[in-house]
Ligand binder design. Structure first.
Ligand SMILES: Cc1cc2nc3c(=O)[nH]c(=O)nc-3n(C[C@H](O)[C@H](O)[C@H](O)COP(=O)(O)O)c2cc1C
Length: 148
């Protein structure tokens, strides 16, 4: 069974809720998922290289991703992520810069095989958010199929 790791940064848990739905979509498509905050990652001792897909999420504050996710993106330099499937998501209020910035870093620096674009939702609960987030997980799973 392919494996995906979801790591997120959040302040009021909207981004975590979106991540849980992305995880559901991945699981529906037969992917084993581990999900944790950036802070939990630091304690968990997991190695992103052990996963087939890496999915990162951050809320947007003051036009930027949250500081723990910025730090985490530098931390990922120690791993070889080239060719792994990837996606980026996050909750936002009006401008939503974070998911796009994360997405571009995963694509351009870590040479990951990314889905079509970042997932930005105002809330997991609004405007078809459940279906969109689950669909995003399925889309990431689809990259794993085509890589096989
Ligand atoms: C002080 C503050 C600044 C914010 N700045 C932005 C912003 O620049 N752009 C944006 O799209 N949303 C902004 N938001 C809205 C948050 O992104 C939104 O509330 C989101 O749902 C929070 O997600 P979280 O629960 O994962 O932390 C801001 C919210 C607060 C409280």
């Amino acid at each position: 069974m392919p494996k995906a790791l979801i790591v997120y940064a959040t302040r009021t848990n909207q981004t975590k809720s979106i991540g849980e739905l992305v995880a559901e979509g991945l699981r529906m498509a037969g992917v084993d998922v581990q999900m944790m905050s950036v802070q939990e990652f630091d304690k968990a001792g997991v190695n992103p290289e052990d996963f087939d897909a890496l999915v990162l999420g951050s809320a947007t504050y003051h036009g930027e991703m949250m500081q723990p996710m910025k730090t985490y993106l530098f931390k990922l330099e120690q791993y070889n992520l080239e060719g792994k499937a990837g996606g980026a998501f996050g909750a936002f209020g009006w401008s939503g810069e974070a998911p796009g910035r994360i997405f571009d870093t995963m694509k351009n620096i870590y040479k990951m095989k990314m889905v079509g674009g970042p997932l930005m939702l105002k809330s997991a609960a609004l405007g078809g958010g459940v279906q969109m987030a689950q669909g995003y997980g399925k889309e990431i799973a689809g990259l794993l199929d085509s890589a096989a």
